[in-house]
Ligand binder design. Structure first.
Ligand code: 3PG
Length: 209
């Protein structure tokens, strides 16, 4: 597995964030670090994503920062130039995946069924995102797909909370879970960074048992 993906596996959770205001980038990164999860997937769902990645990557060098909702090669370039160290997408776009593979950029595309996984395998991937995890069949679906595709590892995302986190992480083919429950849009919007830190810490404590 690529080193960045190994780091993600060690962390266990990838907080998925949507940053609407650049002012939020620093306190958000600080809250995640202080909460014990020095990692974030900043989604390209806002104009601010690229600059937010740049701010976090340059001011918080210990933070493992990636880009999410990456749908085009142009966004890959913008994300990586801004400092993103991994790329996540909701689906599997072969152009985007091939581009990342050629450039050695860790990429975790969304797969929701066996056909997606076979495409990922053909493109040389060993780790995929399972999205939208709960809606697409949850842990049962991952377990069923792990039978034929034993070498593939998953990063389920979508509908994961502190309640079902451990059931996912207990399965050996899952390297980490993505989720927004500790960095919900309204918490960021309302500047509730202490709450974000607290929810992050709770999630980390849960993983530590
Ligand atoms: C997303 O793309 O929004 C992520 O999958 C996060 O999903 P969640 O908000 O259900 O955690």
């Amino acid at each position: 597995m690529q080193e960045i993906l190994e780091q993600i596996q060690k962390l266990g959770i990838v907080p998925v964030v949507k940053i609407e205001s650049l002012e939020d980038a620093r306190p958000l990164a600080a809250a995640l670090i202080e909460g014990g999860l020095p990692c974030a997937e900043v989604t390209f769902r806002t104009e601010e994503a690229e600059e937010a990645i740049h701010i976090i990557a340059s001011e918080f060098p210990d933070m493992l920062i990636g880009a999410g909702t990456v749908l085009t090669i142009d966004q890959v370039d913008r994300a990586v130039n801004a400092g993103a160290r991994f790329i996540v997408s909701p689906g599997l776009n072969p152009k985007v995946v091939r581009y990342c593979v050629e450039k050695g950029i860790p990429v975790v595309p969304g797969c929701a069924n066996p056909s997606d996984i076979e495409q990922a395998i053909e493109l040389g991937l060993k780790v995929v995102k399972f999205f939208p995890a709960e809606a697409a069949g949850g842990l049962n679906m991952i377990k069923a797909m792990s039978a034929p595709y034993g070498s593939i590892k998953f990063m389920p995302t979508g509908g994961i909370t502190e309640k079902n986190l451990l059931s996912y992480l207990d399965f050996s083919q899952i390297i980490a879970c993505g989720g927004s429950w500790m960095v919900k849009e309204e918490l960021i919007h309302n500047g509730e960074f202490d709450k974000i830190k607290e929810l992050t810490r709770e999630a980390v404590m849960k993983m530590l048992g």
